[in-house]
Design a binder for this molecule. Sequence first.
Ligand code: NAP
Length: 356
Amino acid sequence: MPAVVILGCGGVGRALLKQIAATKLTVAAVCDSKNALVAANGAFTAAQLSAIAEAKAAGKPLAVEGATVVPVTDSAGLAAVLKQCKEAAGGKCFVADCTASDATGPAMAEAGVAVALANKKPVTSSIDLYNKLALENPRNFRNESTVGAGLPVMAMLRRMVTSGDPISRVAGCFSGTLGFVMSGLEAGKKLSDVVAEAKSLGYTEPDPREDLSGMDVARKALIIARSMGWKLEMDDVKVEGMYPPEMGQDKMSVDEFMAALPSLDADMAGKAQAAAADGKVLRFAAVVADGKCLVGLQSVPKNTAMGALQGTDNIVEVISSCYPVSPLVIQGAGAGTETTASGVLADLLELADIHA
Ligand SMILES: NC(=O)c1ccc[n+]([C@@H]2O[C@H](COP(=O)([O-])OP(=O)(O)OC[C@H]3O[C@@H](n4cnc5c(N)ncnc54)[C@H](OP(=O)(O)O)[C@@H]3O)[C@@H](O)[C@H]2O)c1
């Protein structure tokens, strides 16, 4: 019986614990930032998984009757737990990384386990780590939920790459927050008003610059480029965020930033009006083409799938030899703990089938 280890018991990890209980997969361990909880006989029951999720949701430490708590303080400690679970399961260990940690990638690589990632860090840090996790044994690697949550973006790209359909361009909107902002601009709202609205609705991070910088979109662009075989590092992605450097996190507080935002309204309204005069709309997009990754504002024709996108949905358009003019399009919710967990679960089930 293969062992599933779930790293992270936050929003996505807890949703995965609930979803996995209804499948053929068995969970051998659950880890958070402090501890690994290892099932005594190699597999938690559905009732134990539910108790673990409820306890963590209530802010309690990882614990459940019939399991051992192993303190884990660093990447080496996590690798040791993973190796132990792998050995106990006869060599078959699938790890679902539902953290946002830098420590998990090196641990998973050292333990030589199969991985299903929601965490972008292992695939956006050094190309060496990426090679170890993704390329040395592709049968051990899935990362659907690192781009577009549960949308089958990575599965689609993998099928196109492995079937030999040359991809010439991937373009997408991968930030629900920036999608909401773009729809607001299109409706004639001021940038400062629509960002304040997104913040009050909980669509932005506590510091909206985390979203407006475009860095999360840039990480997704890098993941797409690497999945197409490009040997790029993060510095190779050209990112133009939605605010100037003098309004950066090192220059002013969140409140000061929100107060300064109206100074950007006129320029942004001018860009939106210029696009509209041309039958276009503004989108905050990633474009991966011609060996380059560009992330920032784009004017796109309104009568395209990307131009028609509204609200927080994500979209990806792919041009390839089989889809040379009208792109292959995938669109839908690109965030949310349930949909993100469902992407991880689909990856785990695929790994289980591959290694059956
Ligand atoms: N939420 C979404 O809609 C969404 C969508 C797409 C992708 N994602 C990605 O999914 C991942 C998880 O998101 P989330 O919303 O569930 O985050 P979250 O609620 O902050 O949960 C993160 C979990 O990771 C644990 N953790 C941190 N460092 C760890 C380590 N070294 N080893 C093991 N566990 C560790 C934390 O432990 P403690 O409980 O001890 O703090 C926590 O349980 C992130 O990478 C995120 O970018 C999320």
